[in-house]
Design a protein around this ligand. Structure first.
Ligand SMILES: [Zn+2]
Length: 368
């Protein structure tokens, strides 16, 4: 992966490139940023740059043998550790074929995409003790083709306490060995690991960057690009998914849900739930995401200038009506409910039970 293929993040790229050019690369860095901000793509671009034998000032060359292997995620001196499924003996090297395909499909993927890619939606990913032992073995070998060696640990949150096995190597890796950990946030990472890494914050992308990318890279027309950029909230992964298939109906599905939950007619709600149960997880997430966006705009409406409100005229009309029957605390309760629904959808809750229960809770909020 090239630095130039990464969406936005120019200051981060610049800092990384400067550290390479000035030979001041920290031995262990933790890239931490929200989903869709590009932590893993940045780590991949960094790794490719480190094994490139003919680098340009601002990127790897893309044509040397090192780059060609790195671009296929198959360079012998770029090692990967990531959560796997399959019990305590499970190691990343057993899943390299799947990993390479998943990265080629979309290097912005998240943990849920990865676990479902493995066909194991209901399982919990894990970075095992066996994997930690293998890391120590791999990093203590001589490098094969490049003077440098890079280990990317994706989602170190999943190391749990096994992470303690890596403290020594993170603190003092062998010469010319660089470790990049890539995480969504630092909360679930052992403090002992955090304190041994240089932390590189990867900020959320701006709406403007997303908008420009959707238009220039994906040739979306401006109104569609604007809609998606607003809804995706700085998350390029989410934007890609929205572009892919669904979303166009999210507004309709969400407002329909609001109306039916407000009326509280059991038959209508049950019909709606049966329909929503069949549209699949990703689409369910889209419409929930839309719902959050819509409610947030409702919340801030009274304090915003008209042109600051991120709703189209039709949505604005509905929002104004809803604002008359919903006070601040009710909207907040709905936002919490929808956040909770998203969490449950990601964890494969039964959609019929989940959305039926949520509809009843919505009705309670309306009537309270
Ligand atoms: Zn190269």
């Amino acid at each position: 992966m090239h630095f130039r293929d990464i969406v936005g993040q120019h200051p981060v790229k610049q800092k990384l490139l400067e550290s390479i050019a000035g030979e001041r690369i920290p031995h262990a860095q933790l890239f931490v940023g929200p989903q869709g901000s590009g932590g893993l793509p940045l780590a991949l671009a960094f790794a490719q740059r480190m094994v490139c034998s003919n680098p340009k000032e601002d990127d790897s060359c893309g044509t040397c043998p090192g780059c060609i292997k790195a671009a296929k995620f198959a360079h012998p001196d770029i090692h990967f550790t990531f959560p796997t499924v399959g019990g305590s003996g499970s190691v990343s090297s057993n899943f390299l074929t799947e990993w390479r395909t998943a990265l080629s499909d979309n290097p912005y993927l998240n943990i849920f995409d990865w676990i479902s890619f493995l066909g194991a939606e209901n399982k919990q990913g894990n970075i095992t003790k066996a994997e930690c032992v293998q890391i120590l073995q791999k990093l203590n070998l001589k490098s094969f083709e490049s003077p440098n060696k890079v280990l990317i640990i994706w989602m170190p949150e999943y190391l749990k306490k096994e992470g303690n096995r890596l403290l020594k190597i993170i603190e003092e890796p062998p010469e010319k060995t660089y470790i990049i950990l890539v995480a969504d946030d630092t909360e679930e990472i052992l403090g002992t690991i955090l304190s041994r890494c240089q932390i590189v914050k990867i900020p959320q992308l701006s709406e403007k960057t997303l908008l420009e990318t959707l238009q220039s890279k994906h040739s979306l027309e401006s109104s569609e690009a604007l809609n998606i950029a607003r809804l995706a909230d700085g998350d390029y992964l989410q934007a890609l998914k929205m572009m892919g298939e669904a979303d166009k109906n999210s507004a309709k599905v969400f407002l329909d849900w609001m109306r039916k939950s407000w009326k509280g007619n059991g038959v209508e709600i049950s019909d709606w739930v049966n329909e929503i149960a069949t549209i699949g997880r990703e689409n369910q997430k889209f419409f929930l995401q839309y719902g959050l966006h819509f409610l947030r705009e409702c919340l801030v409406m009274p304090w915003q200038l008209m042109e600051q409100i991120k709703l189209n005229p039709e949505e604005l009309n509905t929002a104004e009506k809803m604002r008359q029957v919903l006070d601040w605390s009710k909207i907040e309760a709905m936002c919490n409910l929808i956040n909770d629904c998203t969490y449950q959808v990601e964890r494969n809750a039964n959609p019929r039970v989940l959305f039926m229960d949520a509809s009843l809770q919505l009705n309670n909020i309306f009537k309270s």
